[in-house]
Ligand binder design. Structure first.
Ligand SMILES: Nc1ncnc2c1ncn2[C@@H]1O[C@H](COP(=O)(O)OP(=O)(O)O)[C@@H](O)[C@H]1O
Ligand SMILES: CSC[C@H]1O[C@H](OP(=O)(O)O)[C@H](O)[C@@H]1O
Length: 406
């Protein structure tokens, strides 16, 4: 019989004591469950006297946000630990160190990053992170290039695709991002004040075509190993350091999905800024910072990805045609823009929202932020296959925010 069961705080301490090389015997350990995500338990285990601490993340056999009625594979803990290890070799310093993965308890023991803050929180507080665009574009370029047919042996890639088949977590994305927001689904979650917007989503044929194409790409395009859920709640940050966490949605999919996730979450924060900034001047400046970050993320990715292609390509035909690189990069940009739009829309009308908008306390401000996020999201989805530069994303955000005025 399996020993698996969800841990309590005391049991987490007992397990921590058995881990080699982490705490001294007899150390006085404290344990606190700090999970604020939708799916898992996260224990913070600390030996205050020795200034030592670890994180123990345990998968539950169901989605925590809904409860036991939504069963969910424990295999996601394996996928998350294997993805973290691989990302750690491709991007040293940009993910937490994994001390141990225990398959029996579906448990990952990892580096404690409590000296960083979750980026979503940092952005809500109005902080700026000068190195973020450089760090995240390195993460994107390295993970996406070196796990694709461009950057690795193509037979080994197929073996890697097998290891990262992740059907249950992919289904969450397929439903919550690429289906439910476009019909009157039970999982949808939106305020009555924006029902008109939700109903427009259900009847917009142009949007449905683009979402169907993006969904099809998500289902079929095994281009690279994705993080799979790269929102600002999956990034721990300081001014001088960036760490990507929580790759349990990792699977082989279209590169633009991860890049789009970063862009979408910067733009969701942009949409909430009327509520977070004190006055117009501060809002204009912070929004400009967010848009400049969007631009730098894409430009950094493109430059680094092209350099990896030029220097380290593994595929003879991709090397033989210089025009192929341009076509490839353009299609990644277009995908990123489409996926960014879809990810913005789902965070307003779908099951899982973002604090950048949901925690705005004034009803009218929150509603304007929701309408702005939807307007930008829809425009990005409708633009995606025609897009040529990242500047078009910036223009859409600026234009839509000038329409939705306080
Ligand atoms: N390595 C870590 N160091 C410190 N805190 C962490 C770490 N990993 C997760 N956490 C905390 O736990 C929360 C939930 O973690 P996350 O991996 O996002 O869980 P979920 O998969 O349930 O979304 C994070 O928002 C953060 O507060
Ligand atoms: C039922 S899972 C909903 C949602 O939660 C995941 O995010 P996280 O756990 O990192 O907050 C993911 O985005 C899923 O789509």
């Amino acid at each position: 019989m399996s020993a698996y069961h969800p841990l309590n705080e005391a049991e987490a301490i007992e397990i921590a004591r058995t881990l080699p090389g982490l705490f001294s015997p007899g150390a006085e350990l404290t344990s606190r469950e700090i999970g604020d995500g939708n799916l898992n338990l996260v224990f913070h285990i600390k030996d205050a006297s020795a200034s030592r601490s670890i994180i123990m993340k345990q998968a539950l056999p169901y989605a925590k946000v809904v409860g036991e009625s939504w069963p969910l594979t424990l295999d996601r803990a394996r996928i998350e630990s294997e993805a973290l290890l691989l990302e750690g070799t491709l991007c040293p310093g940009l993910v937490p160190h994994v001390h141990l993965y225990d398959p029996e308890m579906s448990l990952i023991v990892m580096e404690d990053l409590s000296d960083h803050v979750i980026m979503r929180k940092g952005l809500i507080e109005g902080n700026r992170y000068p190195l973020f665009a450089d760090h995240i574009s390195t993460f994107l370029a390295n993970t996406l290039f070196f796990t694709s047919d461009l950057g690795m042996n193509q037979q080994e890639k197929k073996e890697q695709v097998k290891r990262f088949i992740n059907p249950e977590l992919c289904k969450i994305t397929e439903d919550l991002i690429f289906d439910d927001p476009y019909r009157d689904a039970d999982t949808n979650n939106f305020a009555e004040s924006i029902r008109d917007e939700a109903e427009m989503l259900w009847h917009d044929g142009e949007l449905h075509l683009e979402i169907a194409l993006l969904r099809h790409k998500f289902l079929t395009h095994a281009q690279a190993l994705l993080h799979g859920d790269l929102h600002t709640g999956s990034v721990f940050i300081r001014e001088d350091s960036t760490k990507v966490i929580d790759p349990e949605f990792a699977y082989y999919g279209p590169m633009g999905f991860d890049i789009g996730a970063v862009i979408a979450n910067l733009l969701l924060n942009y949409a909430g800024q009327e509520g977070w900034t004190r006055d117009e001047a501060e809002r204009v400046a912070y929004r400009a910072y967010l848009l400049e970050t969007v631009r730098e993320v894409w430009n950094g990715f493109e430059t680094k990805f092209r350099k990896l292609w030029d220097d380290q390509i593994q595929d003879r035909m991709s090397e033989a045609s210089t025009a192929f690189q341009d076509v490839y990069v353009k299609s990644v940009l277009q995908d990123a823009i489409g996926f960014a739009g879809a990810k913005m829309i789902r965070r307003i009308v779908g099951l899982a929202h973002v604090a950048d908008i949901d925690t705005l306390t004034d009803d009218a401000t929150r509603e304007r932020a929701q309408r702005l996020a939807l307007a930008v999201g829809k425009a990005l989805v409708k633009l995606n296959r025609r897009a040529v530069t990242i500047d078009e994303v910036i223009e859409i955000a600026e234009q839509q925010s000038s329409f939705v005025k306080a």
